[in-house]
Design a binder for this molecule. Structure first.
Ligand code: GLU
Length: 670
């Protein structure tokens, strides 16, 4: 044979182990070898220029500093010397704080943190406890019941003012002392110890470590907190709270005396940014459904009577405490914790406010500073006549799919699915629907999908079904698939596929079955004459060829071709189905390179270049193959040269056909 020596050696250089490349049907093919390794040299400005690959530039092993660390340190240096403000002294113990202490920590919603200054110094959380305890009250009673007891209107008054919403007979909001005491009064539990344990455990889940109480600060406030006591008894008098008031107050003073660091505050804020889950421990500190309510009251009432200007200048939900802490949240992105006990006239940490202002301005963190618009959710789309599944089709199936494949429309999605991007997608599907019967969503590049997007798609799914159209989903992120299946019970939950190829094949099979039910020849064993490449052979030709062909049967799951075996035979699938799979780079996911139906030839590259198989071909169902090995092929060449030539020609046609299809696919995808 002119293309291959019978001993498997490449005639050009006599090598028995030629460089190899993998073909789409799992064959090994030999790449041309020209003696020396072939290096592609980049051409710059038309002049050949190659990097010296023998002596690569040494890599600097020095650790480099993140610009975020550099920036935080700069900010810390800038305000470290400031002596604006005063220490809180109405709780005597707080006057002992060190005015030099100053720490800043930024924690991403995935838990990575950046710190400058006194990030680990402990101080009492004070009013920053208020939104967290409010979250626990929401969990204990639900938002509506809590709202009946504590309002959500800013007061514009100092944190300890004695003003109540008399119309509704409740304190104005949970961020002022009156509202916070009423909120703490709502915390369930048997006695002060059990109730406090619930609070402390929750705070610890937020911080990701076990927290404790500063007993001297607690005792100090318990002994002197007469104003808070007055507020509580006033509320008791008006029926805003119930007994035991002394216990509620003790609980409130204790929650304010929990010790935290700037790092703890940043982690607590990052936990809120991460839908209530501490990103480092994975523990749920607060049910995700209540996070937005907590952030809302922080945004409107979190910074005492500076709250309006805070939203105006910084634009982040935040809370400060008279211990000198501030925490602020950028939902979905990160949290900030600062500590400096010098307070301004509103009771906010002076340095903390300055740091947050600069941080927000420098990085455009104001929640209303939405300088990006919704991304394009559809990366590209194609129809099933341009891109086909890897299933090699018989002639009849191919005919159906050539004519009707365009009824499949596939959308490759990317990024996040939320209301605005789901609207884009729904609009595209609706516009394309008159030409589509099968709508395939490729979710491989989707990062996340929120509930509103899934509901919109579910409603669309129902409408499509009414119109007899089928929505098929492939390769969804695990959480999205779970949510989708839960939402679509009874409306096509079986239409989620692990990969796009299987989804595409499913749509194609449906179209073939609807159009020409016999084309797939299910369960039928085809005769040699019915093999696609032998369709032009006369009965006499087939009779001459038949003695050179063997028949092999395979159980479902059996390997027909084994990776590494010599590629020395051609297979024609008589019955059953088979596929070529390869394990992807991640070592876990499999990709189907090709799949075969009865009538189809595979392993044909071997006839032209020899070598070894580079992938397994597995029988998906019990299968039978006609097999032509090289020994017989050579005998055929010697005894039936005309049949031999016809066979080569048919194989050539098969290859050009496949190449054409690949070209069409590349065009459809670019
Ligand atoms: N325990 C303090 C109080 O009730 C908290 C005040 C605050 O941090 O705003 O007075």
């Amino acid at each position: 044979m002119f293309w291959r020596s019978t001993d498997g050696k490449d005639k050009r250089n006599g090598s028995t182990s030629p460089a190899t490349a993998q073909s789409a049907n799992g064959e090994l093919s030999s790449a041309p070898s020209f003696g020396a390794p072939y290096i592609v040299r980049p051409v710059i400005n038309g002049v050949g220029h190659a990097p010296n690959l023998d002596e690569p530039k040494p890599v600097s092993a020095r650790v480099i500093t993140s610009p975020i660390d550099v920036w935080l340190k700069g900010l810390h240096d800038k305000y470290r010397g400031s002596d604006h403000g005063h220490l809180a002294n109405y709780i005597p113990e707080l006057a002992n704080a060190d005015p030099e202490h100053f720490g800043i920590v930024l924690a991403a919603a995935d838990g990575k943190s950046y710190a400058a200054g006194h990030s680990e110094v402990l101080f009492t959380i004070q009013s920053i406890s208020k939104p967290l305890v409010y979250g626990l009250a929401l969990e204990d009673h639900g938002p509506e019941a809590v709202l009946r007891r504590v309002g959500v209107e800013p007061t514009g008054e100092a944190f300890n003012s004695i003003v109540m919403d008399e119309v509704n007979n409740r304190p104005f909001n949970p961020m002022v002392n009156a509202g916070a005491i009423a909120t703490t009064a709502l915390i369930r539990g048997n006695g002060v110890e059990e109730r406090f344990k619930r609070i402390l455990d929750m705070f610890s889940r937020y911080a990701g470590r076990q927290l404790a109480v500063d007993e001297s600060v607690f005792a100090s406030e318990q002994a002197t907190g007469h104003r808070n006591r007055a507020i509580a008894y006033l509320q008791l008098n008006s029926g805003m709270i119930e007994e035991p008031v002394a216990e509620h107050l003790e609980l409130y003073f204790r929650q304010c005396a929990i010790l935290v660091s700037a790092r703890d505050l940043a982690m607590m804020a990052a936990t809120l940014a991460n839908n209530g889950v501490n990103p480092l421990t994975g523990q749920q500190a607060i049910a995700a459904e209540h996070v937005k309510t907590v952030l809302s009251v922080m945004a409107s009432c979190g910074m005492y009577d500076y709250s309006g200007e805070w939203v105006y200048r910084v634009g982040l939900p935040a809370k400060s405490g008279v211990g000198g802490g501030i925490f602020a949240v950028l939902p979905g992105q990160f949290g900030v914790g600062t500590f400096s006990p010098l307070l301004d006239d509103h009771g906010n940490s002076h340095r903390g406010i300055e740091v947050c202002k600069e941080l927000s301005q420098r990085f455009h963190l104001h929640v209303y500073d939405m300088h990006f618009v919704a991304d394009n959710i559809v990366r590209r789309s194609y129809r099933g006549d341009g891109v086909t599944s890897k299933r090699q089709r018989g002639v009849r199936e191919r005919k159906v799919l050539d004519a009707c494949g365009h009824r499949i429309v596939a959308y490759e999605l990317q990024g996040g699915l939320y209301f605005a991007t789901a609207e884009q997608l729904v609009r595209r599907i609706v516009d394309d629907a008159p030409q589509s019967a099968y709508i395939l969503l490729d979710g491989r590049r989707i990062s996340r999908a929120d509930q509103s997007a899934l509901m919109l798609l579910r409603d669309l799914n129902l409408t499509l079904q009414e119109e007899g159209k089928i929505l098929v989903l492939a390769d969804l992120p695990a959480q999205m698939q779970t949510d989708w299946l839960a939402l679509n019970k009874g409306v096509g939950e079986d239409l989620c596929f692990a990969d796009v190829d299987s989804a595409l094949e499913f749509c194609e099979n449906r179209i073939v079955l609807e159009t020409d039910p016999e084309a797939m020849g299910k369960g039928v064993s085809l005769a040699l004459a019915e093999m696609d490449i032998l369709r032009t052979f006369s009965p006499e030709d087939i009779a001459k060829l038949a003695p050179y062909i063997a028949t092999s049967s395979y159980e479902a799951g059996a390997r027909i071709i084994r990776e590494g075996d010599p590629a020395d035979r051609l297979y024609l699938l008589a019955s059953g189905t088979a596929s070529v799979n390869t394990v992807l780079d991640d070592g876990k996911r499999q990709a189907r390179l090709a799949a075969f139906r009865p009538g189809v030839a595979f392993g044909e590259f071997a006839l032209f270049d020899g070598g070894r198989r580079v992938a397994n071909v597995v029988a998906e169902t019990a299968s039978v193959c006609y097999v032509l090995d090289f020994g017989n092929l050579e005998r055929l060449e010697a005894t039936e040269p005309a049949i031999y030539r016809r066979l080569l020609f048919a194989l050539g046609r098969l290859l050009t056909d496949r190449l054409r299809r690949v070209t069409a696919e590349v065009r459809a995808l670019t």
